[in-house]
Design a binder for this molecule. Sequence first.
Ligand code: FAD
Ligand code: 2HG
Ligand code: ZN
Length: 544
Amino acid sequence: RFGSWKIERDSRFKKVDDKDTARFESILDSRNNPSSVLYQKTENLSAYNTDWLRKYKGEAPVVLKPKQTQEVSALLEYCNANNIAVCVQGGNTGLVGGSVPVFDEVIINLSRMNNILSFDEQSGILQCEAGVILENADKYLREKYTFIYPLDLGAKGSCQIGGNISTNAGGLRLLRYFVYFFHSLVSSLPPFLVFLSPLWFFFFFFLKSINHKYKRYGNLHGNVMGLEVVLANGNVLNLQSNNIKDNTGYDLKHLFIGSEGTLGVITKASVLCMKEPTSYNLLFLALPSFANALKVKLLAKRVLNEIISAIEFADFQSLKFPLTYLHNRCSFPLEGKYTDYPFYMLIETSGSNDTHDKEKLTQLIETLFNEKLISAGTIAQDMGQFRSIWTLREGIGPGIGESKRACYKYDVSLPLYQMYDVVENCRVRVEEMLGHDTIKRGEIDVVGYGHLGDGNLHLNVVTPTFASKYENVLEPWIYDQCSYYRGSISAEHGLGRMKGNMIHYNKSALAVNLMKNFKQLLDPKGILNPYKLKVSYPKNMLWH
Ligand code: FAD
Ligand code: 2HG
Ligand code: ZN
């Protein structure tokens, strides 16, 4: 198929000159706000031009940091009128190269738009600017209202609410909110009604199907109640909402969730938040096989049901990285070496009655031992151990980063029964193509971990450097594997620059054509995040 994607600068875009920068300075009042316009020629902009993985580097000559929506609007109106390409940037923690320029696009960075605007305890809706850091939003809610933000991920200390919404980030506890919503809806129905009339029976299943469709507490399509978005021509589209329910017309906000900065700049968001659970518990398990992990997952869902908030897995090759490079922050909580067992699982519960939750967990762990599904296991003894175990899991990506090697990251959805086959197939392929002892010698590590509860595998291939000899072995082979198993080539990180020309792996020509029409309508000159998430279908592939 395509392999590496060669991109050329689009000559329709103007190179920024002194007249343009004078206009940027005047819009952002840079004389009174010196950090609002930063130049490559006077400052080191490499932190803005380089992505988190140090895989992609752009050459933005200028970084613009607006403080309010009207400034974003004036900047975009000017860029659009003058054909200046723009790269939208939040916390720059994205993993597909979407947040850094490809060539000389100007960067609009949202970090100064970091105000929390309001929180309504009755509805649970938080209104904030897009540049608020995820951890700050969560901390504000916990400390002031004993509520929590409905998303949690390893990059929480740097990523922004706007960046999360633009990538439709999934995170570690997507599962909980999904289960919680269904449970709370169904338990709010008087149970005998189900038996009174067949209609109630159908209503019950209707609720279940709605929940699957909208995943209200699952991903951000369910939690985001409203947005304010500045369109490419500078128009401010106000889709903010204080309401949980609003069925007036097409729900346009969904177009922007997951659109990776290609349809508009998100400047504000209304997000539905939840009451903080009062009881948290965490199970850490060692398993002899991936097949057992799947059995444990099913059993855990049955026994723990509505209190499950996360089901994660990792192979021992993954754990090597946080244990080696972040050892002062996390530890291995079981007897023996981490290499003694091939697979590990984390199962988290959160509820409102610790005695009840612990009873269920004890029942589960006993069954797991009796049925010989696990080799070892422990319940976190205190919040210190709870956090240390989570750091082990969340630290896999950062641990790989600390190793100072390169990492090819594949974030895929796969049917659970085939999920780990792809990791093993990848090891076989690497050995065949790059030399039989490359993995044994430690030149390359192929590790598999991820959100087992969501069918989302993170396959990470750690190599000495980024080089085409490695990339050509992995791509497009991995995408073909996803196609073969009918999975998705991007479960949660988006397409960005890395997979910008690969939408056809998961979407039909008709769907891509519709997307192209939306893009044309909202950004006719294509100034927003050009070269990424291309909504075009390869001409030789019209068989979908
Ligand atoms: P950026 O990286 O700055 O931008 C990401 C994309 O959104 C870019 O295309 C950018 O143009 C666009 N964008 C940013 N802000 C705006 C805006 N205001 N308006 C319009 N477009 C915008 N992802 C998961 O889904 N689940 C995880 O568990 C997870 N864990 C992670 C752990 C680590 C350690 C790291 C480094 C990343 C992880 N990610 C995860 C990747 C995830 O996509 C980002 O962390 C996060 O959602 C991006 O937010 P950001 O503010 O850094 O956005
Ligand atoms: C996670 O689940 C993130 O830890 C990052 O989505 C995955 O680094 C990765 O490949
Ligand atoms: Zn993830």
